[in-house]
Design a protein around this ligand. Sequence first.
Ligand SMILES: Nc1ncnc2c1ncn2[C@@H]1O[C@H](COP(=O)(O)OP(=O)(O)OP(=O)(O)O)[C@@H](O)[C@H]1O
Ligand SMILES: [Mg+2]
Length: 452
Amino acid sequence: MRRLLFTTALVGGAPIITLTSLMILGELKKGVGFVALGICISFAIGLAWFWLSGVVRLSAALRRAADEEGPFSAPLPIPRLPAIGEIEKGLARLTRSLQARAALVVQLRASDGAIVESLPDPLLVLAPDRALLRANRAARRVFNLTGEGQARGDVGALLRHPVMAAALDRALADGTPQAVELVLPGSVTRELSAQIQPMQPPLADGGKLVILLTDRTAARAVERMRVDFVANASHELRTPLASLIGFIETLRGPARDDPPAQERFLGIMTEQSERMRRLIDDLLGLSRVEITEHQPPEGDADLLALLYAEAAAMEPLFAARGVRLVLDLPEAVLTASPADADQLAQVARNLMDNALRHAVHEVRLEAGPAKNGARQGVAFTLRDDGPGIPKEHIPRLTERFYRVDKGRARGAGNTGLGLAIVKHILTRHRGQLTIESEIGVGSTFRVWVPGG
Ligand SMILES: Nc1ncnc2c1ncn2[C@@H]1O[C@H](COP(=O)(O)OP(=O)(O)OP(=O)(O)O)[C@@H](O)[C@H]1O
Ligand SMILES: [Mg+2]
């Protein structure tokens, strides 16, 4: 209302003052003067109202154009006065171009987000105070992040790692990109190489540091495995090979004309070659397991089905050794998940083979649902009534080529890789192997894997 009065005064002020002055000076008759004044005032009010309503709608449209990001929807006011009409047309053009640009920005932002999200390597964006602002899909998988925006668990450990923390300090202080290599301890030790890019100016979301990580764990494991394989294999193969060479020389020399000795030596040679073949098979098996160790398994495994199948396959061996295999398995369904059924079957096979070899009368196989801390899972246990394992050996049993009674085990044709393979498979499954043993009573090997 105040605005209307003010505008009316502006529009009609000059003629009203003129008419009033003329009337006061007696130059204009009062009757005519009042009529003219009335016409002037009504005209001024009408004009002011037209202008004001146009201007009010114009400013509303301007505000909307400034605030809106998305599609522009509201219609523009109809022009009432020529000058305002022109301004309104200009505003409509401006709004359309703003709208087109806003759409382009939204599109660009979405495509940038999609590219970052689908990068195969983990990418993290940090605020200047090192709070985690963004983590792409690969990073969320590697660092077990369920939601975005919080530095939790593994990612916290990464950012606190001294090598990483120092590199972040340098990047923030100098504004120069940094590249570092680091080893991150955890349930699976990870070897990472990190590229840190400081952003100047900061990203739209306040991101100051972009960290691109490359997981070198698998590549390094392959490298180490190659070195280990050569060292271990050559060491373990040397004994049977030396014996084979010895017998070949004997067969060519002293035993040339001694058919019974030849027969005996050939028997031993077959055994030694068989041992070499088994060793090579086990080493290759171990390498295969190690290569996949850092990729969690996919799918489910029916634990009871695989235990029954392995028990049935081992039955003749138990019978041959005169050892009873007692199955104490529940009716319920036990599903290991995520799990690789073939690998879990190998775990059961290796443990059953050990139990059979050490048992005197009986081996018991039990299974059931089990919790490991707060984690839901399934477990199976193999108990034997063998000689037991001295305490000091238990922590080392899963090392490659580790045997409690070296001479005896080697003589029996064992490679000492069975439990190493079990350990690697369980690491991959984020499972657990527990060994309990009492001398003269027996040993218990318990396997827990996630599932339900
Ligand atoms: N049930 C058991 N009772 C007593 N000792 C055991 C038992 N299971 C394993 N061991 C000991 O642990 C060692 C390592 O076992 P592992 O299965 O790794 O190798 P291995 O059985 O000797 O050879 P492989 O399994 O490769 O044929 C064995 O040599 C044995 O000394
Ligand atoms: Mg074994």
